[in-house]
Design a protein around this ligand. Structure first.
Ligand code: F6P
Length: 470
């Protein structure tokens, strides 16, 4: 039997997520490295875990390996193993080709396969069992995201003494879409195993409550569901955030400021540097964003010798068909636009398909004049908040999609509808041409919000509602 924590002790606070905060990578010489995992979930939860000193249960990113709990950089990590087959069917299949597109407004077609569902249940059960072994009596357990929607009820069956929270990092869809899911009631019941079910936005919480009422015929009053055994489940929004102070300090540091100046020099000191940083995902609106920028250059509104669009796309879910197709599309689109509108030494788009450490991301945020965050649908989008936190001198402009959760809070951004290419072109031009005073006013207001609603604020609210006395 595997130990609970690396110390062999049980934990009174446990985070359960599909991924650990680090991925195990094996180099060509056979040596092993641990690299920060992709995505907003890890960005947000890492500082919370450091403050709480608990254990993190999750997959370590490699197939067919059973690892003992270990301590990495001060965090207690408890690996859950996944076989190659489970990765294909639970992670790439049910999580990322069924639930992911369904929950993101079906911007790609969700696939419904019964074999994937079988593996999803099996892997959720494994996460629940591993967590039950790690958690101390009366511990607080916080289950994360759509990959693990069944874990709350499975865990409750194993360990009724625990306080269980569930948080969904992505949107929760309207009933008309959700109801397509053949396993809709099982997933709702799985989530209702928690004491609190958290969403990014009130809209997601409302959708959930309506479905619980309609599908499960359970009474819901003021966001509280009454279960058949009289247990109460609170379903509400807790908009997630970042370590704003930490990010601001990093951005203001001398090495990051110097690196930012270097990035601008390397790009030929353009008068306008537009930045995009996203996981390479079809929900992020990359095709539309590139088209909008390309048209502005080809129409002459922006000059290729003077305007650069730096787009970073972090590799993601590369074995899922839609993601492969997207990568090919973006490669082609960037090549075509640069070929059509570039001049010698001035390709207007610099496209980098890779991931960078926090320091390099911070330098890019500092270097940019305008940041474009234009997803077709996004739970929150923490890149938008990181950009705002990084602008310690109150300069810079954020062009933000109305369909990112962050738009509900960052109201002073230049808000755009990413489906409306002309509207996006207009939004980008306004963001570029607005007066410095107007931009500063907007940036100040957004910074105030992000600093007042940082990750500690988020964690405090959830943990308070969970009754966690940590
Ligand atoms: O924030 C949403 C999310 O799906 C996380 O659950 C996930 O860890 C992250 O994006 C990155 O995706 P993946 O773990 O599939 O690489």
């Amino acid at each position: 039997k595997l130990a609970s924590k690396s110390s062999g002790q049980k934990a009174d606070f446990v985070v359960v997520a599909n991924r650990l905060p680090v991925d195990r990578v094996i180099n060509s010489d056979g040596s092993v490295d641990w690299r920060t995992s992709p995505g907003g979930l890890v960005t947000a939860l890492e500082p919370v875990m450091r403050a709480q000193n608990g254990a993190w249960v999750g997959w370590h990113g490699a197939p067919d390996e059973k690892l003992e709990p270990f301590n990495n950089n001060g965090l207690e990590l408890v690996p859950v193993e996944l076989s190659t087959h489970e990765i294909a069917e639970y992670y790439e299949g049910f999580s990322n080709a069924t639930l992911w597109p369904l929950y993101h407004d079906v911007v790609a077609h969700p696939k419904f396969h019964r074999e994937w569902w079988v593996e999803y249940k099996k892997v959720n059960q494994r996460f629940a069992e591993r967590t039950a072994e790690v958690a101390d009596t009366n511990a607080v357990v916080w289950v994360q995201d759509y990959q693990l929607s069944l874990v709350p009820q499975m865990l409750r069956d194993l360990r009724p003494d625990l306080r269980i929270g569930f948080f969904l990092h992505i949107p929760f869809p309207p009933p008309e879409l959700y109801r397509q899911l053949p396993w809709r009631n099982s997933i709702l019941r799985g989530m209702l195993g928690a004491d609190i079910v958290g969403f990014q936005l009130p809209g997601g919480a409302n959708n959930f409550c309506e479905l619980v009422r309609r599908q499960l015929k359970l009474p819901v009053q003021r966001h509280e569901v009454t279960m058949p055994d009289d247990r109460r489940v609170l379903a509400r929004a807790y908009p997630i955030s970042i370590d704003a102070q930490g990010f601001a300090e990093l951005a203001a540091s001398a090495p990051v400021q110097e690196r930012a100046a270097q990035i601008r020099r390397d790009l030929g000191n353009p008068s306008t540097l537009v930045l995009g940083i996203d996981r390479l995902d079809y929900t992020k609106g990359l095709r539309q964003r590139l088209r909008a920028f390309g048209e502005l250059v080809s129409e002459g509104a922006l000059s290729p010798s003077d305007s650069v669009f730096l787009q970073v796309a972090n590799p993601s879910r590369e074995r899922v068909e839609e993601y492969r197709r997207l990568r090919d599309d973006i490669d082609m689109l960037v090549g075509r636009l640069n070929g059509n509108v570039g001049t010698i030494g001035h390709p207007p788009i610099t496209y980098l398909h890779t991931s960078y450490p926090r320091e390099e991301m911070a330098a890019m945020y500092v270097a940019a004049d305008v940041m474009m965050v234009t997803p077709l649908r996004d739970g929150m989008n923490l890149v938008a908040k990181e950009f705002v936190a990084s602008r310690t001198d109150n300069t810079g402009a954020l062009v933000l999609s109305e369909f990112a959760g962050a738009a509900r809070e960052l109201k002073q951004a230049y808000l755009v509808n990413p489906y409306d290419i002309d509207g996006m072109k207009e939004g980008l031009m306004t963001a570029i041409q607005d007066s410095p005073a107007a931009k500063t006013k907007r940036m100040k207001a957004m910074r105030k919000h992000v600093f007042e609603h940082d990750i500690n604020h988020w964690a405090d609210e959830v943990l308070r509602d969970l009754g966690a006395d940590l």
